[in-house]
Design a protein around this ligand. Structure first.
Ligand code: ZN
Length: 207
């Protein structure tokens, strides 16, 4: 584990690994986004494990919001961020990590301060208030704490803070709307057959 990555913005553009389709509600994409974006906020880099509510403190948002409505449910247009950053950003534009490496524009120092390396980076920080004193102090304390744990060789504790959450999504078990509907239909048929008298077919019993 590279402890320098605790608050390091990605050095490469994020390439989406998933591309699920067949959903009609934004939150249905959430398990896929959690996995795709490493269970952390793309803006402030805080992780699910650091939040009291885990992934419930995170939300799914289209980027940007003024897109065509038909693209709202396109996975490639969705990002994963904490509720704080999403509520502050609203419909304002920020640097998209899928467009370019955020490390080209942003740097977080070991004292917790964030600095914009480009005009876009400065604007990004301003929109998301990533230089808020409380957030700066939060980062500083966290970096100091991880440093102390590292000095003590407390790797289990470090892993508890920096590792994956316990409730990893089982992506293989997720179903699309069509598949869910199919399952519901099958369950309905099974229940209907249980209600059918022995001398009637399922079809006639439904009439
Ligand atoms: Zn955030």
């Amino acid at each position: 584990m590279d402890l320098r990555s605790v608050f390091a913005y990605p050095k490469t553009r994020h390439i989406l690994r998933h591309g699920p389709r067949g959903y009609t509600i934004c939150r249905q994409f959430k398990p896929w986004l959690r996995d795709d974006f490493g269970f952390r906020c793309i803006y402030c880099l805080r992780r699910e494990r650091w939040m009291g509510g885990g992934h419930s403190d995170f939300s799914v948002e289209p980027i940007p919001r003024d897109i065509e409505p038909r693209l709202t449910f396109e996975f490639s247009n969705l990002r994963y961020a904490c509720s704080r950053c999403n509520s502050i950003r609203q419909d304002r534009r920020t640097i998209d990590p899928c467009d370019e490496p955020l490390s080209n524009h942003l740097n977080i120092r070991q004292d917790g301060h964030i600095e914009g390396l480009t005009p876009d980076g400065v604007a990004h920080i301003k929109v998301l208030r990533l230089d808020h004193p409380a957030l700066t102090e939060y980062r500083a304390r966290f970096i100091r704490a991880v440093g102390l744990l590292e000095a003590k060789g407390a790797w289990a504790e470090i892993n508890a803070w920096l590792g994956y959450p316990d409730d990893l999504p089982n992506l293989a078990a997720l179903k699309t709307d069509a598949e869910t509907g199919d399952v519901l239909l099958k369950e309905y048929v099974v229940r209907a057959k249980r209600r059918v008298p022995k001398n009637k077919t399922a079809a006639s019993a439904d009439l």
